[in-house]
Design a protein around this ligand. Structure first.
Ligand code: BG6
Length: 529
């Protein structure tokens, strides 16, 4: 078995350094990993994509950084009849395939694998042998965690199986992957099923965006600086834009995606969470319930959508064939036709949106009248997630009619090229009169910090072990988000709102530009992009 001492020191140090080459800026630049209590983590869906691509590698990184040691255990569960050795071979191959740019430390990896066990169980089969899992879980001193990396319809049956096998002890925790249902009703059924076994404060609903460094920074930026708060209102802010654009299409996930679409897949969770963190009131502490109570107020204040306003306030798009990053890319329908598991809904068509843009508003005293534009899409020209807070113009220009003044903008680039830029107007230096220019006060993470940014799952998994709920969604939050998303989905159905095609590799359909142009605005792009 591995011990802390067995993990080569150099490995951890190497990993910490790989993000950049410039010297550390200050002592604050050094991350410190506070060790967590020993745990037993059971991963249902242990052979699945998420476990192999994200969960196991994330746990490995935390082990490399000595955040836990050989007293902790990871037990993968899946119905495949593998031996432990076969499972270890699978995850080793997966680590190398999914993380080709990461150095592979043979010794540390094999020490980590010593902590892993594998149990084949078909959780949907009544005759399944849960005793095999019980036999592995004998350490009552450990924090016990059940991670359900499975389709949501299985959440409740697994929880019942755990209860009947006597494994859902009073202190154990359960982690649920998104999507929690496909609408309010299905989410309520899942929440009831899981809630019948686990108390709410032992349920960790993952939205991996909340584990991203730059998303956590939103709270610090807003609530650790006095600068923004007086301006953070309808009096000074003209509009807010939140974008999550991706290059990738849906290849490999057609069967899931065609029943979901961009609204359910990205807006219901990630984009609404970003909107909440951007617009919520200051919580009275970092306590999970304090934060979540503020977020839910935002969700409940979103302007209702109905068939009377949805046409003016939303745009649905679907990618057609095109070119992404210089390579030909199939359209969404061709991908569906090529995938044997997905069945087209309507002859050779599908009305699933791979792009959505929404204009909304938060109906409260702070935000009334400030448009908030959300947009997400697959097969876009660029890959980035960003929040743009655009301030109002100055009330009067003293620079004369010949000088155009651009509004200030706070641009928070969540990924990639993480940065915070405050765009201000400055005098362009030099002779030749008073020339005004927009220029960013630029905090680019790669230049400022040399720390490696942990994957979102690394932070979230360790927070589950610590019992910190702040970065996880409470039941009422998930349900409030579905209530609003259901209104849009129902209104689209009632209106039979068109899904506009856009060529792969472009910024969604033209109507998405018009959504802002009708308000005299445009989606912001850096002047040099
Ligand atoms: C997932 C969605 O939740 O988030 C995917 O299901 C999407 O469709 C992904 O690609 C985006 O996550 P990230 O971290 O790559 O921005």
């Amino acid at each position: 078995m591995a011990t802390r001492r067995d993990t080569p020191k150099t490995d951890a140090a190497q990993m910490g350094r790989r993000k950049g080459e410039q010297p550390a800026m200050s002592a604050q630049d050094k991350s410190e990993f506070v060790p967590v209590s020993p745990f037993e983590m059971v991963i249902f869906g242990g052979t699945g994509d998420l476990a192999r691509r994200k969960l196991i590698p994330s746990l490995y990184h935390r082990f490399l950084d000595r955040q836990f040691d050989s007293q902790s255990r990871i037990i993968a569960v899946s119905r495949s009849d593998y031996s432990r050795d076969e499972y270890i071979t699978k995850i080793t191959e997966a680590f190398k395939a999914f993380h080709p740019n990461e150095p592979f430390y043979e010794g540390a990896w094999s020490n980590f694998c010593e902590l892993i066990d594998y149990v084949p169980i078909d959780v949907m089969d009544d005759k399944s042998d849960w005793d095999a899992l019980s036999a592995k879980l004998n350490d009552t001193k450990c924090v016990r965690i059940f991670y359900l990396a499975m389709p949501p319809r299985m959440f409740a049956p697994i929880c019942e199986g755990l209860r009947d096998a006597g494994l859902a002890s009073k202190t154990s925790r359960v982690v649920l992957e998104k999507p929690i249902g496909t609408d309010f009703d299905s989410a309520a059924v899942i929440n009831n099923g899981v809630g019948a076994v686990f108390d709410e404060n032992r349920i960790y609903r993952i939205d991996h965006y909340l584990g991203k460094e730059t998303v956590q920074n939103l709270m610090v930026l807003r609530f650790a600086n006095i600068l923004f708060e007086p301006l953070w209102t309808r009096d000074s802010i003209d509009n807010i834009q939140i974008t999550a654009a991706e290059h990738i299409g849906v290849a490999g996930r057609e069967a899931y995606y065609d029943k979901s679409g961009a609204l359910r897949d990205m807006v219901q969770n990630h984009l609404l969470q970003l909107l909440c963190l951007t617009c919520m009131e200051a919580p009275d502490s970092l306590d999970g319930d304090a934060i979540r109570t503020e977020k839910i107020k935002v969700l409940k204040s979103l302007r209702p959508m109905s068939k009377d306003n949805v046409g003016r306030r939303t745009v649905r798009g679907q990618y057609a064939a095109g070119e992404v990053l210089g390579e030909k890319a199939d359209g969404y329908i061709e991908e569906l036709v090529g995938d044997k598991k997905s069945k087209l809904q309507d002859g050779d068509q599908s009305r699933t949106e791979t792009f959505v843009a929404i204009k909304t508003e938060i109906e409260n005293w702070r935000w009334a009248g400030v448009p908030i534009y959300l947009r997400t899409g697959k097969r876009m020209s660029d890959r980035f997630s960003e929040i743009v807070v655009q301030f109002k113009p100055v009330p009067h220009s003293v620079f004369g009619a010949g000088t155009t003044l651009n509004p200030n903008r706070l641009v928070i680039r969540l990924q990639p090229d993480e940065s915070v830029n405050l765009w201000v107007e400055i005098k362009e230096p030099g002779a030749g009169g008073m020339r005004v220019k927009s220029w960013p006060l630029d905090l680019t993470y790669d230049e400022a910090f040399t720390t490696r940014y942990p994957d979102a799952y690394e932070r979230l998994l360790m927070d589950v072990v610590r019992g910190r709920l702040a970065l996880f969604m409470r039941r009422d939050e998930v349900e409030a988000a579905w209530t609003w998303v259901d209104q849009i989905q129902d209104a689209w159905a009632a209106k039979e709102q068109n899904v506009r095609p856009y060529p792969a590799g472009q910024d969604g359909p033209n109507e998405a530009q018009q959504l802002l142009e009708l308000d005299g605005r445009t989606w912001w792009r850096r002047p040099d992009e």
